[in-house]
Design a protein around this ligand. Structure first.
Ligand SMILES: Nc1nc2c(c(=O)[nH]1)N[C@H]1C(S)=C(S)[C@@H](COP(=O)(O)O)O[C@H]1N2
Ligand SMILES: [Mo]
Length: 201
């Protein structure tokens, strides 16, 4: 007898082309954090845009909330082998952040920084052109604390460790500097379609 469920790890044919190699679809939303959920209140929250050490612009929550909002529907892929299809997010595209700051990307590389001390590197080309946002809402609600509230990076076309939760800012860097997991053996780029899970893949 063929069963779906425990052994039914192969995706249904109509969505098979949306599931990268080695991944399985999950209906849940697993939480993966390197440490405890940091307490970030809206009163204390701000987002800093930096070019190297130089602060270009900082938004507090009220200032961030009046930036243009965009809703996207995307599939996400975690390096621990789950994929989740049709996730809906609302937030501010990196394009709109840069426009508000009047900044053209000064280097080809960036690091996202987070309130828990986490960081991750993403090429600027993967942040602009509508590819990435600072998301404040998931599935019509504010982000849950464990999923990154008040705001997280969303770079859905790369493995989900690139989508920094509890984001505190974006920093342009001269070189491609490894972030938290990239320093610990994860791939510097992390394309799920090329199974770039670990450095050397
Ligand atoms: N600040 C921060 N962002 C983070 C992490 C973290 O530990 N701290 N974990 C990363 C990893 S490894 C993954 S797979 C996703 C998980 O996001 P989720 O918990 O919302 O599923 O967040 C990423 N962003
Ligand atoms: Mo992860």
């Amino acid at each position: 007898m063929a069963t779906r469920g425990f052994t039914g790890r192969r995706p249904a044919p109509e969505v098979a082309d949306r599931v990268p190699p080695g991944q399985s679809i999950t209906q849940g939303f697993p939480v993966l954090s390197a440490g405890p959920t940091p307490r970030v209140t809206l009163d204390n929250w701000s987002f800093a845009l930096k070019a190297g050490p130089r602060l270009v612009k900082r938004w507090n929550w009220a200032e961030f909330c009046v930036l243009p909002r965009t809703e996207v529907n995307r599939d996400i892929h975690c390096v621990t082998k789950w994929s989740k299809l049709d996730t809906t997010w609302t937030g501010v595209l990196i394009d709109d952040l840069l426009a508000d700051a009047g900044l053209a990307p000064p280097t080809p590389f960036a690091l996202a920084h987070s309130y828990d001390g986490y960081s991750t590197n993403v090429p600027v080309a993967d942040l602009v052109g509508g590819k990435a946002m600072v998301a404040t809402r998931y599935a019509g609600n504010s982000l849950a604390p464990e999923h990154g509230a008040p705001a997280r990076l969303l770079v859905p076309h790369l493995y989900f460790w690139k989508s920094a939760k509890w984001i505190s800012g974006l920093q342009f860097t001269e070189r491609d500097e490894a972030g938290f997991w990239e320093l610990r053996g994860y791939h510097t780029y992390g394309d799920p379609w090329r199974e770039q899970r670990f450095s050397g893949n």
